[in-house]
Design a protein around this ligand. Structure first.
Ligand SMILES: CC(C)(COP(=O)(O)OP(=O)(O)OC[C@H]1O[C@@H](n2cnc3c(N)ncnc32)[C@H](O)[C@@H]1OP(=O)(O)O)[C@@H](O)C(=O)NCCC(=O)NCCS
Length: 242
């Protein structure tokens, strides 16, 4: 484990002490700043959702020279068998601190937290072209799912038809540092999409729904696109059995 250690940057310029710690609400502004710089996403530091996620104890910060150099935010969901799954959700290292092993340290700290939480798997969704993150996942022992996937997201709350057919998809409520919404998993059908839309309509605090589909499953991707889902990009699932 490389949880707390002295690091040299890649040119070996200067040794720096970097400490990985459980994030608290005191870190919320620093996390928001790194999220903006590293990921280009907005984290609302005063949002009750953000406070709640930090209180859960599964967000970690890398502290260097008294400042936040990086963070990782995780949470648990359940898989189709009801087993606890640890989602490595959002990871960012400030550009000035990248390439010094901080990203890998944050993933390793998440792995430890996943084991402590008694989850059976840890997983991370990584853009196919994100080479630093792909390398970290491989180096940390995660396995890449054989088929690349497409991530699709919809914010459409348009009126949905009632459907009496059995739904085989799972609609999972998630609260992340950047949004609250639903993830759709399993067998996606028009009825499942309509059911998720109805949930979105009924829950104004939940802004979007997302799903990850193997690139080979053209029929499902076409169905989602016909339902106003926007393609975010091509991603790989990386998982670790715990
Ligand atoms: C991805 C990210 C978190 C990595 O953090 P980091 O502290 O720079 O990562 P590390 O120093 O631990 O390791 C990076 C690995 O990628 C490699 N790497 C770094 N830049 C690279 C590049 N441009 N191309 C290929 N590999 C690269 C490093 O050599 C290292 O691999 P190695 O240990 O096998 O040599 C950071 O780059 C980042 O915040 N990026 C933007 C946000 C992001 O992509 N987050 C992840 C979303 S899933």
């Amino acid at each position: 484990m490389r949880v707390s250690q002295s690091l040299c940057d890649r040119e070996g310029k200067k040794s720096m002490k970097v400490r990985i710690a459980v994030a608290t609400t005191d870190h919320r502004h620093g996390i928001a700043s790194v999220a903006a710089k590293a990921l280009g996403v907005r984290v609302e530091p005063e949002s009750p959702r953000v406070q709640c996620i930090l209180d859960a104890g599964y967000t970690f910060v890398a502290l260097a020279e008294g400042r936040i150099a990086g963070f990782v935010s995780n949470f648990n969901t359940r898989d189709e068998k009801g087993h606890s799954r640890f989602e490595l959700d959002l990871l960012g290292v400030a550009p000035a601190w990248q390439g010094r092993g901080i990203g890998a340290d944050l993933v390793e700290r998440s792995m430890q937290a996943a084991r402590d939480s008694k989850a059976t798997t840890l997983r991370a969704l990584v853009r196919c072209d994100n080479m630093p993150m792909q390398r970290i996942c491989r180096r940390c022992g995660l396995q890449r799912f054989q088929s690349a996937c497409q991530l699709l997201v919809s914010r459409s709350k348009g009126s949905a038809r009632d459907c009496s057919r059995e739904i085989r998809a799972r609609i999972i409520a998630v609260d992340t540092l950047t949004y609250s919404g639903y993830w759709l998993e399993g067998e996606l059908s028009q009825c499942a999409i309509d059911a998720a839309r109805q949930l979105l309509q009924a829950q104004p605090g939940r802004a979007q729904m997302g799903t990850v589909v193997p690139l080979s499953d053209r029929a499902t991707i076409d169905l989602l696109r016909a339902n106003s889902f926007e393609v975010i990009g091509d991603f790989d699932w990386w998982t670790l059995n715990l």
